[in-house]
Design a protein around this ligand. Structure first.
Ligand code: ZN
Length: 489
């Protein structure tokens, strides 16, 4: 299969033509959330970035197996090898079984992703369901002499690995710098070097998530789970490994080291990393009080928000930056996105009202080529959106009779708008509160027609009954000058 898609590969530090190992199949692994809290703005960016990659590869005709894991064990506080497991801590505080915490926040994460119209991955494995594979991988690393056991835990020997391989190949970090930056941390006396990382951790007596192994009753290291699950579902070598830039080191760097030792090959051909979101120029953080959850955006319930922002506004806002660029949240920026998104959607409706001419005054095929060019240049969604705004201007000018388009060009323009806006960018019309569910819109139309008839007949009892029944069902209706509007609670 031919394509002109170039992606920036963190591994080679340059844009490379995307050539899958085994076309038309593409294997893509993306590090998913650690499910101990509600999804926030920081979760939305990797999800939407790799949704864009997933959608575009499928559009190009590839058969993509997209694996995005759920981290439900082994992710310790501060991403360190010491401290409490994030999920176990939440379970202790809430007096819940850890898997209750996992289920609750996994469900909440899925709901938020559905609202953002993020497609479901092909496989969503959980770390706790792959303990056997992880133990097998620890054994392979020990047999290769690249790991060592210490007081029931097993660590990866980074310094030894670096003698024959390059630890730092992905992040560009140099092990000598790591050595000189090493601080002696409390509780790290089990390790030969502080930058060695855990493959298996012996569980402390109070630690409830534990499994038996040759070394101890314990649990796997956080980096190991992605290596084990990606190899299981995509093979020892696959096409794309993605995640946020914050995972580049040590998480992804360590994944490469583990897989190289266990499977004798580097796991992924292309490493793609999305940049971070800042809020008013500041890093997001719980302690900074700017940690805005997605549901708070949708409801407008956070001190930092001037109003509610719909899921499609948030999605459009994220897509208005190229995924490798930093993205700064502000109310002004989101409100600009909201307006831009509505303008684009309005133009999609206007296409249907265009009257064809015998000749065209605009080159629509050239416009289509530019849209593909933008996507092929490392998924440059902001440039694509700029071209779509050009297309919207053409649509409006044609409607105003300032430009002319033939019937064929109008059809091509419709294809361009539908393909890029809906299929590739994954946006949905917003006036449809049920995310594009036409059935609900049509049903609402029937109900509102009945209510209007009742009012025309001065049958206030029926009119009020319909309004109250809708409110009970979670639909609010408002009488405005332009007619009756409705929204979901
Ligand atoms: Zn991972």
């Amino acid at each position: 299969m031919q394509n002109n898609l170039f992606v920036y590969n963190t591994l080679s530090r340059q844009k490379e033509l995307f050539v899958p190992i085994n076309p038309p199949h593409v294997g893509m692994y993306v590090c998913g959330p650690t499910v101990y809290g509600d999804a926030h703005l920081g979760h939305a960016r990797p999800a939407i970035t790799f949704d864009l990659v997933f959608r575009y590869l499928r559009h190009l005709g590839y058969k993509v197996r997209y694996v995005r894991n759920i981290t439900d064990v082994g992710h310790l506080e501060n991403d360190a090898d010491e401290g409490e497991d994030k999920i176990a801590k939440k379970a202790r505080l809430e007096q819940l079984e850890p898997m209750e915490v996992v289920q609750y926040f996994t469900d909440r994460y899925h709901l938020a992703m559905d609202k953002l119209n993020v497609l479901k991955p092909s496989i969503e494995p959980r770390a706790s369901g792959h303990i056997i594979e992880q133990i097998a991988m620890v054994k392979k690393i020990l047999n290769a002499g690249m790991g060592y056991e210490s007081k029931g835990s097993v660590y990866f020997d980074v310094e030894k690995y670096n003698q024959t391989n390059k630890y730092g190949i992905l992040s560009g970090r140099i092990i000598e710098d790591l050595l000189s930056n090493t601080r002696e941390l409390e509780g790290q006396d089990e390790k030969r070097n502080s930058f060695d990382f855990a493959l298996w951790k012996k569980a402390q007596p109070e630690h409830i998530m534990r499994w038996p192994s040759d070394w101890s009753d314990g649990f796997p290291g956080w980096h190991l789970e992605c290596s084990a699950m990606s190899a299981k579902y995509l093979g020892e070598q696959f096409d794309i490994h993605g995640g946020g830039m914050d995972l580049l080191f040590p998480h992804h760097e360590s994944e490469i080291a583990q897989s190289t030792v266990a499977n004798h090959k580097s796991p992924a051909k292309y490493w793609l990393h999305n940049n971070m979101i800042t809020i008013n120029g500041q890093k997001m953080g719980k302690s900074l009080g700017n940690f805005i959850q997605l549901d708070e955006f949708f409801a407008g319930e956070h001190a930092a928000l001037q109003k509610a922002y719909s899921p499609m506004t948030v999605r459009f806002f994220i897509l208005q930056a190229q995924y490798r660029s930093p993205l700064d949240f502000s109310n002004e920026a989101l409100q600009a996105s909201e307006k831009g998104f509505q303008r684009l959607m309005k133009s999609v409706e206007t296409i249907e009202k265009l009257v064809p001419s015998s000749t065209s005054t605009v080159d629509i095929a050239a416009l289509q080529a530019k849209c593909y060019e933008a996507m092929n240049d490392d998924l440059n969604s902001p440039i694509l959106i700029a071209h779509l705004f050009d297309a919207a201007r053409v649509i409006n000018s044609t409607f105003d009779k300032k430009e002319n388009l033939t019937a064929d060009d109008i059809a091509l323009l419709r294809t361009i708008m539908h393909t890029f806006i809906f299929d590739i960018l994954g946006l949905l019309p917003e006036n449809d509160p049920q995310s594009g569910n036409k059935v609900i819109s049509n049903l609402m139309q029937i109900i509102l027609d009945l209510r209007r008839e009742a009012r025309t007949n001065k049958d206030w009892a029926t009119s009020d009954r319909l309004r109250d029944a809708l409110a009970q069902a979670g639909v609010l209706i408002k009488d405005t000058k332009e007619g009756v509007a409705w929204e979901l609670e």
